[in-house]
Design a binder for this molecule. Structure first.
Ligand SMILES: *Cc1c(COP(=O)(O)O)cnc(C)c1O
Length: 380
């Protein structure tokens, strides 16, 4: 008796957006400025206003946003960039693409965010080994909750490191009562369809308060061009956001706050309804999550797998973010110094993400909770 529950329901969202979306797309088909059309600048204005950042620069993906930011800081060979081991591959990938050294940091067991204690240890590790110069930290707002930005800023300042915010999962979240986007020198966003604000393909943006950086990001996203089109100032990227994607995002921004509120309601209903033994995600103090992912923790891999199987048999899709931390992935293992990161290594066995999207109905939500409770009476 499944209720056709989707992990992410983009067709329901599309139906809900209706005419607003069609009109936005029709406007682009009418003017035909598919690259850097007027919707791109309009979106940048809307993103800056929403986040409170002075500048927003739209780019082709969250990965390219990170890449451009690191390029602007001159990140390259011989430099160490600290980042969480428990995150999506893109955060680390860009560091290696530029020839620098990713240094993996462990996370907090309950909030899943980067651990300051581990960061301190990892900095000492790098200093002791003396092979790489500590240069930057990429903080990640994992699952939509803010990273410990106050502590990260203090740490970065104390040690002369550049702080970059990977907010791919958290656009729309707030910290100390204000929207994320000003916690670091540069904040990167992803509009991949499954992110809280998603487009219909790939997309991303960079937020910053720094005028010079903003100009540099604009140049880097478009082949390093200067003010004149065929004036090549530097080596850059082809990393512009499609006009059509900007149009989709402008339509979605109209409903974004309502969607965030619905995600928060769903998270709250899960919190109240979870059976004993299924641990709700711990909230980061003084923050509101964007709820990209609602991730519960179970006592062991065996129990987690059993819950996932039972839910699947009953038509409830779930996901595991992330089954293996980055430092243990084949691509990264050889770039890791061998330090144990015990929490990240354990978490992948115990976490389970439940469906959370704005079109999940109360009926479907109750069905997920009832099914989970039924499983718990057999197992826990
Ligand atoms: C999705 C994601 C990215 C990459 O974004 P893309 O738009 O898919 O390139 C980077 N970092 C994190 C933490 C992400 O979740």
């Amino acid at each position: 008796m499944s209720k056709n529950i989707a992990f992410l329901d983009l067709s329901a969202q599309q139906a809900r957006l209706g005419e607003g979306l069609r009109q936005r797309l029709d406007a682009v088909f009418h003017h035909c400025r598919f690259v850097m059309g007027p919707e791109v600048a309009e979106l940048e204005g809307a993103l800056a206003r929403y986040s409170g950042a002075r500048h927003a620069v739209a780019v082709s993906s969250g990965t390219d946003a990170l890449l451009a930011v690191l390029m602007a800081e001159g990140i390259g060979p011989g430099m160490a960039v600290f980042l969480p081991a428990f995150t999506y591959t893109a955060t680390a990938e860009v560091v290696l693409l530029l020839g620098a050294r990713p240094v993996f940091v462990d996370c907090d067991e309950e909030t899943f965010q980067m651990s300051l204690l581990s960061l301190e240890e990892r900095l000492h590790d790098v200093q002791r080994a003396g092979q790489y110069r500590p240069q930057a930290i990429i903080g990640v707002d994992l699952f939509g909750q803010p990273a410990p930005w106050d502590a990260l800023n203090q740490f970065a300042q104390q040690h002369g490191l550049t702080l970059i915010a990977d907010c791919a999962q958290s656009f729309g979240a707030s910290y100390h009562g204000r929207k994320l986007g000003r916690e670091a020198l540069a904040t990167t966003l992803s509009f991949f369809p499954s992110k809280p604000l998603g487009c219909y393909g790939d997309g991303g943006a960079i937020l910053t308060n720094d005028d010079e950086r903003a100009a540099l990001y604009r140049s880097l996203r478009s082949h390093g061009e200067g003010v004149q089109r065929y004036d090549v100032q530097r080596i850059g990227l082809n990393a512009r956001l499609d006009t059509l994607q900007a149009a989709v995002l402008l339509a979605k921004m109209e409903v974004f706050d309502r969607e965030l509120a619905r995600r928060a309601d769903i998270a709250h209903i899960y919190d109240e309804g979870l059976p004993k033994g299924v641990i709700a995600p711990r909230r980061v103090a003084e923050s509101d999550s964007a709820w990209a992912i609602y991730c519960v923790t179970l006592p062991s891999k065996k129990v987690r797998d059993s819950a996932q199987d039972f839910l699947k048999e009953h038509g409830v899709p779930t996901a595991v973010y992330y089954p293996k931390p980055l430092h243990q992935q084949p691509a990264y293992a050889k770039h890791h110094d061998g330090a144990a990161l015990p929490i990240s290594e354990k978490l992948g066995e115990k976490v389970l993400a439940l469906p959370i999207h704005p079109d999940l109905s109360n009926n479907q939500l109750n069905y997920v909770i009832t099914t989970l409770k039924e499983w718990a009476t057999h197992i826990l």
